[in-house]
Write a protein that binds this ligand. Structure first.
Ligand code: NDP
Length: 274
């Protein structure tokens, strides 16, 4: 049977095996999808051993997305911009890498939530792996402006510098700032930080929210509750990261199996299980 896994540290809470099992059942694909815990220093050996055992590909989660990107012979343009990969396919002619986080985010916003980003002002909070994976696909939706705000401003500046030519080609104004100067009244606010794990409601002031704005936290479940409550309190529409999670998985599944699953029923099922 074709085998896949999600590799991370920690990985035991990952919903990916459940999501891919639902996709496989829905599309009639026969595959096995597991969780693989890897010690931080052992990622390379873990993934090499998994591939050598005959597996077909893997997803990669924290903290290995940069290493996964480095290991591939062929990379999609969005993985190249992100300098990180969450999906590997062990092709015989050289491993292929993609980063599907950003396209998953964009699909959830534009298709599942029905929100248009083109011509809008977007605030992306964070400059870690999830923000890096998201910026290129966000630029592709051609907002008027994207501000990247991060606690460590140098990381936001580096991320923005890498995407500046791409943004200019798409007619998108792009700049970096710290959390205190994130700006005012955005149409879309995306929290790609891990700040809520520390119990904070939001890493930025409520003035960033335009009335009726979309405020999406990439987290889901209890971890997203504080940010979503903050957003609703200040007149925005809160959205968690579960849709993004399902959509990024669908993109990986499509790359591996050549069949695109219908994400709607899978997202609905996961909501009942949360
Ligand atoms: P990283 O560790 O790469 O980055 C963490 C980011 O959070 C950095 O920008 C960091 O800022 C910021 N941060 C951490 N603590 C605080 C704080 N107390 N106050 C303000 N900023 C803080 O993590 P990832 O980018 O990989 O993941 C970020 C989040 O996105 C996670 O919660 C993850 O679960 C979620 N995620 C969800 C996905 C989905 O499909 N729904 C997919 C991928 C990620 P600094 O640079 O200053 O340290």
């Amino acid at each position: 049977m074709d085998r896949y896994a999600v590799i991370g540290h920690p990985v035991k809470h990952s919903r990916s095996p459940r999501i891919h099992a639902l996709f496989a059942a829905q599309t009639g694909q026969t595959l096995d999808y597991d969780r693989l815990e890897s010690a931080p220093e052992a990622f390379t050996q873990t993934v090499l051993a998994f591939a050598a055992s005959g597996a077909r590909g893997c997803n990669i989660t924290v903290p290995f997305k940069f290493e996964a990107w480095q290991m591939a012979a062929h990379r999609t343009a969005r993985a190249e911009l992100a300098q990180s990969a969450n999906t590997l396919r062990f092709d015989a002619g050289g491993w292929w890498a993609d980063n599907t986080d950003g396209i998953g985010l964009v699909r959830d916003i534009t298709q599942n939530a029905g929100v248009t980003l083109a011509g809008q002002r977007v605030l992306l909070i964070g400059a870690g792996g999830a923000a890096a994976g998201s910026l290129g696909p966000l630029i592709d939706t051609q907002p008027a402006e994207i501000v990247v705000a991060n606690r460590s401003v140098a990381k936001a500046e580096a991320l923005v510098a890498r995407h500046q030519d791409w943004a200019a080609a798409q007619g998108v104004r792009l700049h970096a700032t710290d959390l205190d100067h994130a700006g005012e009244a955005f149409d879309g606010v995306i929290n790609a930080t891990a700040s809520s794990l520390g119990g904070a409601e939001s890493p930025v002031r409520a003035g960033v929210l335009k009335p009726g704005a979309l405020a999406l936290d990439m987290m889901y479940g209890a971890a997203a509750a504080g940010f979503l409550a903050w957003a609703e309190t200040h007149g925005a529409h809160g959205r968690d990261g579960l849709g993004m999670l399902v959509e990024q998985a669908a993109e990986a599944f499509t790359a591996w199996r050549g069949v695109r699953p219908d994400t709607g029923p899978v997202l609905a099922q996961l909501r009942t299980e949360l």
